[in-house]
Design a protein around this ligand. Structure first.
Ligand code: NAI
Ligand code: MG
Length: 353
């Protein structure tokens, strides 16, 4: 029997609760579909930092490389460790080391849930470039603290980086509805975004089955709210994708449902799956975090590993729970605990069809 090696990094705050909740569901799916999961848990977190002076040990990335996948809870505890230290010491180095250049986030309303919009029939896959662009970190500051202070932050768009993320977008569109929305701001940013548009046009020739629409980021933000049902696969740069995918999380009913995959489609390295939300310090320790975003992220992980039936079964178990509206955490207006919701999903998986 095949057994996938999974690195579990619960991280901070509600991270441990949601990872434990997702893990029992993943194990149930593995039992049902006849494959194994071999987990190893790492306590890398802000607590770890306070004890050891680093978010993970020196050999951390080398250790992770041996795994098939990484499932991460959340990183950050700003009251004790600055976010610039914690995120740059754990989450971002993992994305960088394994060149996880795709950040994919599905946005749709699960059965029985409601979002803030009138339109309920949308199913968007947001694909964000995850390694360069506006977040590449190039820049600096001079004359700090003086009236002459200057801060420069440069975006870097490479042909390799733009081409590979757009190609992934085309491929996903081709597998889904055949519609791709490419997001830029090429009216205002005449170098990088015009370049993005040109590469889009070049690639379009190789995907005749995909219909590409170009949107400026401000216009597509409005469309996410007014006509989300007209969108399918949306591909965007690091910054634009970051913002749009939080908007996507909002229209699907909040962070409790927003799942994400950090993928290197070429394989050979572990990809990383995580809920979009952070460590939620305001509810940490109360056992009431919504585990669905993490369970769904676990399903994305199984899909990436090739266990499509198990992934589909998890999603349908999630929806059987959300549609019954019995087991809901407080963010969804219910009184259930994190564990109660995950046990309900587990039971739905184990129920004979
Ligand atoms: P957050 O996502 O942790 O919380 C925002 C709000 O959403 C809070 O009111 C929280 O209670 C609620 N929330 C989040 N997840 C929830 C869940 N599963 N169920 C119910 N309610 C939930 O964002 P915040 O407060 O800005 O950040 C807290 C820490 O997390 C910071 O250190 C931040 O940098 C970090 N962070 C880490 C991320 C990651 O690891 N990928 C992503 C976002 C934030
Ligand atoms: Mg974000």
């Amino acid at each position: 029997m095949i057994a996938y090696k999974i690195a579990l990094i619960p991280g901070d705050g509600v991270g441990a609760d949601v990872i434990d909740a997702a893990w029992i569901v993943l194990e149930a799916a593995a039992r049902k579909f006849g494959f194994g999961l071999s987990p190893q848990r790492f306590d890398w977190s802000c607590d770890y930092y306070l004890k050891h002076g680093c978010m993970m040990p020196d050999h951390g990335l080398a250790t992770l490389r041996a795994f098939d996948s990484i499932l991460l809870g959340a990183v950050g505890w700003p009251a004790r460790v600055p976010d610039s230290v914690s995120l740059h010491g754990l989450l971002l180095p993992i994305r960088k080391a394994f060149d996880l250049y795709v950040n994919a986030r599905p946005h749709k309303l699960l059965s029985g849930t409601t979002g803030p919009l009138r339109s309920e029939k949308f199913d968007i896959l947001c694909i964000r470039e995850n390694t360069e662009g506006e977040y590449c970190g190039a820049g600096g500051r001079i004359h700090v603290g003086t009236p002459d202070e200057v801060a420069v932050e440069t975006s870097i768009f490479t042909r390799r980086g733009v081409e590979r993320i757009l190609r992934y977008g085309f491929e996903q569109a081709s597998k889904r509805s055949g519609r791709l929305a490419s997001v830029t701001k090429s009216n205002a940013q005449k170098h990088s975004m015009v370049f993005w548009d040109e590469v889009t046009d070049e690639l379009a020739a190789s995907y005749p089955d995909v219909q590409v629409s170009r949107y400026h980021v401000d216009a597509i933000a409005a469309r996410f709210v007014m006509n989300p049902e007209t969108l399918d696969v949306v591909v965007a740069s690091n910054l634009f994708g970051d913002i749009l995918s939080d908007l996507g999380a909002a229209i699907q009913g909040g962070l409790g449902f927003a799942a994400s995959a950090n993928i290197n489609p070429k394989g050979g390295v572990p990809s990383m799956f995580e809920p979009v939300h952070g460590s939620a310090p305001d509810i940490a320790g109360k056992g009431i975090a919504n585990p669905i975003a993490t369970i769904w992220s676990g399903a994305l992980m199984l899909e990436h590993l090739g266990e499509r039936s198990a992934a589909a079964a998890i999603l349908s178990a999630i929806e059987s729970v959300t549609s019954q509206k019995k087991s809901r955490t407080p963010d969804q207006g219910g009184k259930s605990s994190t564990t109660e919701v995950s046990l309900a999903v587990l039971e739905a998986i184990e129920r004979p069809a």
